[in-house]
Design a protein around this ligand. Structure first.
Ligand code: NAG
Ligand code: NAG
Ligand code: NAG
Ligand code: NAG
Ligand code: NAG
Length: 274
């Protein structure tokens, strides 16, 4: 009778190697599948977020919009996606002019969105379909791949024509093209230069303002008590100079507390906020 103990030593070693290589193979396979799932979940999660945010808006085919979105960057070098690549997406969900209700902002993101979420007084880019669908998200493609990635994408300043930045540049330009009637801009009075010519507001939106549609630009300079910058600041004078003939310019200092007060009192008319 042959038992394990009776086997010649090299046969025993061979069996040992076999078990070891099967174990290594299994572990590798499990890790690979888990990694694949994690990456896939990145794509699926982005699509799920896109579609579910999109469905809050009536009258659009969200699957079709996802398709128009993907074609801008899938299979491309994430640093070589110019603004124009998002034209078909913008065309599929064009911005509608909201005369006298359009709100621009720079360095006041939290206050302005808290306000527009609680009060139906103004519309920011992030309140529109495309702006709200992609707000806070990161995405990019890769050459030779048909996937969407949500990690390892170039950052905002890593390269000029990166996937995310080009979208916001294009969307901001298209949103500002519709600026009409009396337009509001919330700027930050707690910083030295509330109007920066290199911000999206300064470099893209302001350049698109057109006096055939727009009557006035009303700056709300959000301040904290008596500190910081006021409407006489030189950077705001630069903004005033940028206004084309026919667009009136106004500036008003309003405390953050007053805006929050208005946010939490929906019964107050919009015009009474400042
Ligand atoms: C970025 O794209 C624009 C076209 O939108 C192009 O004119 C420019 O040269 C590109 N910049 C770089 C650094 O590739
Ligand atoms: C203005 O900028 C400062 C400094 O970045 C920030 O702490 C503050 O929250 C901003 N104010 C508003 C109204 O967003
Ligand atoms: C402003 O809009 C009008 C009408 O759409 C257009 O003809 C004109 O070229 C625009 N002006 C500028 C400076 O873009
Ligand atoms: C505005 O700020 C400047 C310089 O910080 C100050 O000299 C001026 O008195 C301020 N103006 C008003 C109306 O508060
Ligand atoms: C006002 O604007 C100028 C440049 O536009 C800036 O250098 C200055 O620090 C600003 N702020 C204050 C509080 O004066």
């Amino acid at each position: 009778m042959e038992t394990g103990e009776d086997r010649p030593p090299q046969k025993k070693r061979r069996r040992c190697y076999l078990i070891l290589s099967v174990a290594v193979f299994l572990i590798t396979a499990v890790v690979a599948v888990a990694l694949g799932l994690a990456l896939h979940q990145g794509t699926d999660h982005l699509k799920t977020t896109f579609i579910s945010r999109c469905e809050k808006f009536k009258g659009y085919s969200c699957q079709k919009l996802w398709g128009a979105f993907e074609q801008a960057y899938v299979g491309r070098d994430p640093c070589k996606v110019p603004m124009e690549d998002y034209d078909p997406l913008i065309a599929a969900a064009p911005f509608k002019p909201a005369c006298n209700r359009m709100m621009f902002w720079s360095k006041t993101k939290n206050v302005v969105h808290d306000f527009t979420e609680k009060r139906d007084c103004f519309v920011t880019l992030e309140d529109t379909l495309l702006g709200s669908v992609l707000n806070g998200l990161t995405w990019c493609g890769k050459e030779g791949s048909s996937e969407t990635f949500t990690t390892g994408c170039p950052g905002w300043t890593d390269c000029e024509n990166n996937t995310v930045r080009s979208f916001w540049n294009k969307a901001s330009a298209a949103f500002a093209d519709n600026a009409c009637g009396d337009v509001t801009a919330m700027l930050n009075g707690s910083i030295a230069t509330p109007f920066s010519p290199v911000s999206i507001f300064g470099s893209i939106e302001v350049k698109r303002f057109n006096s055939t549609r727009m009557t006035s630009l009303n700056v709300i300079l959000v301040t904290q008590k008596d500190t910081g910058t006021n409407c006489t600041n030189a950077s705001l004078k630069d903004l005033q100079k940028e206004m084309k003939k026919g667009i009136k310019y106004n500036c008003k200092e309003v405390t953050e507390a007053q805006i929050q007060e208005c946010s939490s009192h929906p019964e107050k008319p919009c015009g009474a906020c400042w």
